[in-house]
Each structure stands twice: as structure tokens, then as C-alpha cells.
Design a protein around this ligand. Sequence first.
Ligand code: ATP
Ligand code: MG
Length: 411
Amino acid sequence: MNLSYQIEQYLPQHLVELVKNISGQADKLGHRVYLVGGIVRDLLLGYPNFDLDLVIEGDAIELAQQIAEISQAKLVTHPRFGTAKLNYGNFTIDMATARGETYAKPGALPTVTPGTLHDDLFRRDFSVNAMAISLAFNDYGDLIDPYQGRSALEHRLIRVLHPKSFSDDATRILRAIRYEQRLGFNLEPQTARLLKRDIPMLDAISGDRIRHELELILREKYPEYVFKQLDELGVLQRINLCLKGDGWIAERFDKARQLSKPGYLPSLYFCLFIYPLSERENEQFIHRLNMPKKLSRTLRNTLHLKGRLSLLDKPSMKHSEIYYLLHEYDPLAIQANAIASESSPVHSHLQLFLTSLRYVKTFLDGEELRRLGISTGPELGRILQTLHKAKLDGEVNTKADEEKLALSLKP
Ligand code: ATP
Ligand code: MG
């Protein structure tokens, strides 16, 4: 099968030109170069994907250097791994020297050796991701499909390449369900059996790697479908006994998409994901996933605030009271609680803080209070806070109002 038509049709013109440049340059060096992985899968499915992954039978770094020169890309190389990344600002291209991998023991990082394209395809997760397209001059566009990936696409199946795949690398369990749900495919029956058998192998995977795969799930359009399936298979419980992918999560994720800016969505999803946990279970989760400091803090904040929501469960509250209950919490933790809370006063108080109260500022600052003759010290801080509360509660509006109030408070 030849896919030069699909390359022309589905890739934007500038990428087509780049691909041709790379092909020409590789030919001069006598290297063979191939498109591999997700881009091949998506070209065959007709889905948009502009992440180009290239494998080179030959020196990827040398080729990447030449491409960077002729196409004004920023180049980052990793000589130890034989990989290079070309950065064009709004998109990137990854290039790797073809390699093979062997696993000394389950869950260990693989031993890597230079290899052929076929070795490189054999180390991959699923047959739908183990295809390549040649970019060499003499067979440009030819599909290389040693593991019947195209047939798996036609039958809408996720299939591993060999029975040890999940035990070699149990992150593939999470990956399998992610692709299954994204593409609307099924696990091929033998793959499903192997996956269930090897769920305990997740224990051998480092926190960083599990977290990375969860982050990839959270970048999917509907992560809740993936979590539901992982819950039903008992995969979530293997990561932390108390995690759930139920209807509650699905509804909250949907609300999160309506309320959050896309950049914050993965962290907000994380807050909702741990929402049903106790603080102790959350600590276990943070530890298991080796969560970075900032996100750990947001997750702890979320549960801490959850424990104090009853203070906000009143029909009417002074704005200053709402503000000073919430101002030290991370806005994402507040957003998560607003989405999760069943109580309508709680929800509206949290939303009010997020959309307006947190931005309320007085006209006067410390400097201007000193000019009014109020001396630096704890008194000044107290007056500033009184002004801020009065402003929040609508008791002062103009700068003149604030000056009047400040002078009346002067000792
Ligand atoms: P996506 O559309 O999600 O980016 P992708 O196929 O590009 O899909 P990546 O996570 O970007 O997926 O990885 C690129 C390729 O690397 C995959 O297509 C797959 O062949 C291979 N790969 C990634 N992770 C693994 C793994 N744990 N085991 C084996 N192969 C993997
Ligand atoms: Mg990718």
C-alpha cells in the first residue's frame, strides 16, 4: 500500500514540504528515513495529527542537524539516546535512530541497542502504533506493516505484539485503554486476557511513569471514559485502592470542561479525581505517583477546603467573610470544590470568589496611608484590611470614601 496521497491530503502544506526536504537530505546521506507511530495510524484513519515522529536507519542526529540548517529550526539533541527534536515554534518533529530494546526484568527500563526499522517497530506497544511509512526516494509513501496494524485498524482492535508486552512494561495497560476509548476500538481477546493477567505488574512501575500516563489520559477529550474502563478492570484500584472512575467523576469532568481554561484542565481533573479520597488516601496517592510539589499542594488544598465547606453553606454571607475564608487556597482547589459541591450556596459563594471577590483591590495602598499620616506598623496593616473588607462589602466605593474611613480609623 502506498500512502503518498494521504500525506499530501492530510498534512498541511508546510509539513509536506518539510517531509520531502527530509527525504531528499536523508537520501544524500545514504540514510533511510521513515514516519512511524501515531502519525501513520492517524493518516490511515484520516484523523488530524501533526506530531511527526521519524525513525532513521542511520545517524538521526547528523540528519537532524542538516535539516535544522536548511529549515531554520531550533535543534535539541540527546546523543546518548540517538534522538533529536526539531522545534519550529508551533510544531515539533522528533527524530530517532532506529533501535531495539530488551527488558532485563518486568518494569525495568529497557536495554537499548541500535537496530533496524523492524527492531524499532517490534519494541512498540500495539500493532496500530507499529507501522511505518518510507520516505526514501525509491519507495516514498510505502507502508511497512510487519504486525498487521492495518488489519487491526480495519477490525478496530488494540493488539499487543507479543504475550510479554504488558509484563515488560505495564504502562501499556494504561495506554491500551486510552487508545481503546479514544478510537472507539476493542481490545483483541488475547490482548484483553494478557492485560487482566498482568495488572499486578503495575506495582513494578515507577510513580513518575504512572503519573505520565495518567497525564496523557487527562489530555484526552473524554478522560472519564478511560477511567471508567480502568475502574471496571481493577486497574485504578491497583494504583490506589480508593480511586474511582464512576458516574460521579464523569459528571464532574464534564462540568470542569465547561468552566476551566484548557491549560488548567489536567490539574483540575486531578483535583476532582482525588476528591472522594480521605486526606490519608490522598497522601498515599501523592507518594505513589511522586507528585511534583506544586500539584501536591493543590491536591492537599482541595481536600482541606472540602473539610471546611460547611462554613460556606449559608444562604447569605458577607463578601468579606467569603474572601477571608478562601483567599489562601489555590484557585484550582476552589474551582474543584465549586464543581464537586452538591450545595447551591456553597457553589455560588465559591464561584463569586473566583469570578470577582479575589480581584477586589482598595484604591489606597500602604504608601498612600503613610501620606495620610498613618505610621508604618501593625496598625497600618489592620487599617488596610479594614478598608479591604469595607470595599468587599460595598461600604466604601470611591477613593474619597476610603480616605475618610482610613482617617477615622487613625489612632
Ligand atoms: P498520541 O496520538 O497519543 O500521541 P502516539 O502513538 O504518538 O499517540 P506517543 O505516546 O506520542 O503516542 O508515543 C509515540 C510512539 O512511541 C507510539 O506510537 C508507540 O509506538 C511508541 N510508544 C510510546 N510509549 C510506548 C511504550 N510504553 N511501549 C512501547 N511503545 C511505546
Ligand atoms: Mg505522539
